[in-house]
Ligand binder design. Structure first.
Ligand SMILES: Cc1cc2nc3c(=O)[nH]c(=O)nc-3n(C[C@H](O)[C@H](O)[C@H](O)COP(=O)(O)OP(=O)(O)OC[C@H]3O[C@@H](n4cnc5c(N)ncnc54)[C@H](O)[C@@H]3O)c2cc1C
Length: 428
């Protein structure tokens, strides 16, 4: 039976980056993907920052199926009726200068898969890895049902609910508080309608994030991303909060879409897709052991997602980890040593690039983002204040500070604001 230099479980961004790095260096690589094609099982919001991808595939956006480049970022605080937005338009004028993109996973992952195959790796789709093969404590391959596949190293890149990471004893059981549930609709709209409604032209794209009533005040938010001829519309909510409050994410997305500030954006659109997926959101606090004899773990299966409330960044982290895993295996092959004492080089690589540094920097963010005032009191305060300022009842106007104090009554105290500001300073 062939012994591969590495078997990669999962052909998402982590798995593809690992496979490409190793195949390009001439290693004998097998990727096992349970979807019928690369990208078939994958979903996300869609905002993708380019630097790591550009390291792997320079100028990738000229060839890859990207939807639009990121031109506008809008953050909105919403109550049931109102919405207050911060609208940032960034300067890049076209794709070549773009730092970020809107991407649809099914198309983009398929393209990445084709690059991995061009580099010489084998991708076998429709195959779900069910277990490992052990020789003593060392993992020497994987099982797909009754079939065995052998390798010097297994790179686990199987995404958020990696039962295999638990089987490899790299991590314990999942906790609902560490996960967010994402649900998303893709809604078709003509290109020119998108451009009119979102104030963009050509390949310019928009990322909109919403905080407040869209999650019934539970930790999470809503989002709308512009694709070329469709919108990605969704909500992401902490799983434990959904369970405790008996709220369904599918009901939240329906309500979100009906908000007066949201409905006009997708009106008359045609529903193309509906999908749901979990996100690991506790970052370094839930990170498993990253390596053992014969195995490395990368991407969502290692909880490498950065969520600061302002951004949700997982793909970049998954790819950077995939590259680090690939480079570690290349080195291990040179040494002829695939034990954990050789593979621990992986953790050093993740410490020297941004992956572990960023997750360390924002270590307190997940806990900070559980504060219910972020989703209730502050959006109400912000919208209420704007409502008071931009309203005239024919009576003499009051001093702005008085209006602020009046708006805070019954919602939040000065002490709470000060305490939250202190915590935000440390967490974000
Ligand atoms: C709603 C939502 C919105 C998001 N928005 C963004 C965003 O805007 N920007 C961003 O950067 N990130 C975002 N993310 C996070 C991002 O999608 C992930 O961090 C990223 O996809 C992780 O890549 P990965 O390769 O580790 O895992 P995945 O992309 O999940 O890939 C895992 C692969 O493994 C395969 N697989 C699983 N189990 C097996 C098995 N046993 N055998 C064989 N194959 C298997 C799966 O089919 C899949 O192809 C979002 C996520 C969600 C859910």
């Amino acid at each position: 039976m062939d012994i591969f230099d590495a078997i990669i479980v999962g052909a998402g961004p982590a798995g593809c980056a690992a496979a490409y790095t190793m195949a390009k260096a001439g290693l004998n690589i097998l990727v096992l993907e349970r979807g019928q094609y690369v990208g078939a099982k994958n979903m996300w919001g869609g905002a993708f920052f380019g630097p790591v991808m550009n390291e792997l595939f320079p100028g990738f956006w000229k060839e890859a199926p990207v939807e639009r480049f990121l031109k506008r970022h809008v953050i909105s605080f919403m109550t049931k009726e109102d919405c207050l937005s911060i609208d940032f338009k960034s300067s890049p004028g076209d794709f070549d200068e773009a730092p970020g993109f809107v991407i649809m996973r099914a198309k983009f992952d398929r393209w990445m898969g084709s690059k991995v195959e061009e580099a010489g790796a084998i991708i076998a789709t429709g195959l779900e890895v069910t277990d490992f093969i052990f020789e003593g404590n060392r993992i020497t391959g994987v099982k797909v049902g009754d079939e065995d596949f052998l390798a010097n190293v297994v790179v686990l890149a199987d995404g958020v609910n990696s039962l295999l990471a638990t089987k490899a004893k790299l991590r314990g059981d999942f906790k609902a508080v560490d996960l967010k549930q994402g649900v998303k609709e893709v809604i078709r709209l003509p290109r020119e309608v998108i451009e009119d409604r979102f104030g963009v032209s050509g390949n310019e794209g928009v990322v909109m994030e919403f905080v407040g009533s869209c999650t019934h005040g539970l930790p999470g938010g809503g989002f709308i991303y512009t694709n070329q001829e469709s919108l990605s519309v969704g909500v992401v909510v902490q799983l434990s909060a959904l369970l405790e409050n008996k709220v369904k994410a599918s009901d939240l997305i329906d309500e979100f879409k009906e908000h007066p500030a949201v409905r006009p954006l997708w009106r008359n659109g045609e529903l193309l897709e509906y999908s749901a997926h979990l996100i690991p959101v506790s970052g370094i606090n839930m990170m498993p052991k990253l390596y053992a004899d014969g195995i490395l773990v990368a991407g969502d299966s290692a909880a490498m997602v950065l969520g600061t409330g302002l951004i949700l960044e997982g793909a970049n982290f998954a790819m950077a980890a995939g590259i680090a895993a690939g480079e570690t295996v290349i080195k291990a092959k040179e040494k002829g040593d695939f034990t954990s004492s050789s593979l621990n080089d992986y953790e050093q690589r993740l410490k020297s690039n941004f992956v572990i540094k960023d997750l360390e920097t924002f270590r307190r963010a997940p806990h900070f983002l559980e504060n219910p005032r972020i989703y209730n009191a502050y959006p109400e305060l912000a919208c209420g204040l704007m409502g008071s300022i931009f309203h005239s009842d024919g009576k003499p106007r009051r001093n702005t500070l008085e209006v602020v104090m009046e708006s805070m009554k019954g919602k939040v105290s000065l002490w709470q604001i000060a305490a939250d500001a202190m915590k935000a300073r440390k967490a974000l």
